[in-house]
Write a protein that binds this ligand. Structure first.
Ligand SMILES: [Zn+2]
Length: 243
């Protein structure tokens, strides 16, 4: 009898927030947002779909990764409490690192991102690349991530509005792509991942950005998307193993 050994684990808290675990236990938390509201363009967006995981339920954390400083991707209070309790490294754009330093996070935990920078976190290799349309920004404060573990590659698009040619080296090599739903079609077609997971569809009120979608409808729409990837929606709060 043969047994299939998972290469990595994923737990989706909701919106854009994922925990990614190595079989040896090192966990990355990408884009921490657990709250019930966030400030956006002069108003407050109230969350209608609660996060399925709360920071207090996270018991082990090697690193927190932040794609950019929007408040639905970077929740300072959550990062502060997790940094205080679990002492993860925090890999984040310069503006976020500066904000956390000002809030008292020890400098030895803080790692500013730069385009093309690679970080080793246990068995993980974290590559930060500019998100689509941020390629020429200086300094760059909007990123996407390629995360490698056990010969598998995970992509988190951040708030990329489409595909970036800066990602070309990873075409056809990504095992799991986590993508903001309106840009799934374009990114799947260009990046050609093996599996593609929708994100950034939670319900918000008033919903002044692209959100508020039923993930079942997204899967139906994906039937007309490029063939190749397996399009998926992850059950919230549940640890899913990937081989
Ligand atoms: Zn966002």
């Amino acid at each position: 009898m043969s047994s299939i050994v998972p290469r990595f684990f994923v737990r989706y808290a909701g919106h854009v927030t994922f925990e990614l675990g190595a079989p040896t236990g090192e966990v990355l938390l990408v884009d921490p947002f657990f709250g019930d509201a966030f400030p956006w363009e002069g108003h407050v967006e109230r969350r209608l779909t609660p996060a399925a995981v709360k920071p207090a339920e996270i018991t082990s954390l090697a690193a927190i990764l932040v794609t950019h400083g929007h408040a639905d991707h970077y929740e300072p209070e959550s990062v502060l409490s997790l940094a205080d309790r679990l002492e993860p490294r925090v890999l984040a754009p310069r503006d976020v690192v500066d904000d956390l330093a000002g809030r008292g996070v020890p400098s030895e935990l803080l790692c500013p991102l730069s385009p093309g920078a690679r970080f080793a976190v246990g068995p993980w290799s974290v590559l930060s690349v500019p998100s689509a349309a941020a390629e020429d920004d200086d300094p760059c404060v909007r990123y996407a991530f390629f995360l490698e573990c056990n010969d598998r590659i995970i992509f988190h698009s951040g708030d990329s509005h489409g595909y970036s040619t800066g990602w070309d080296a990873y075409r056809g090599r990504v095992d799991l792509a986590l993508v903001w739903y309106p840009y799934m079609r374009e990114i799947a077609e260009r990046l050609e991942p093996r599996e593609a997971v929708f994100m950034h569809y939670d319900g918000f009120e008033p919903g002044g950005f692209l959100c508020n979608r039923d993930p079942r409808d997204l899967l139906l729409e994906a039937e007309g998307y490029p063939a190749g990837p397996r399009y998926r929606v992850l059950e919230r709060g549940v640890i899913t193993a990937f081989v």
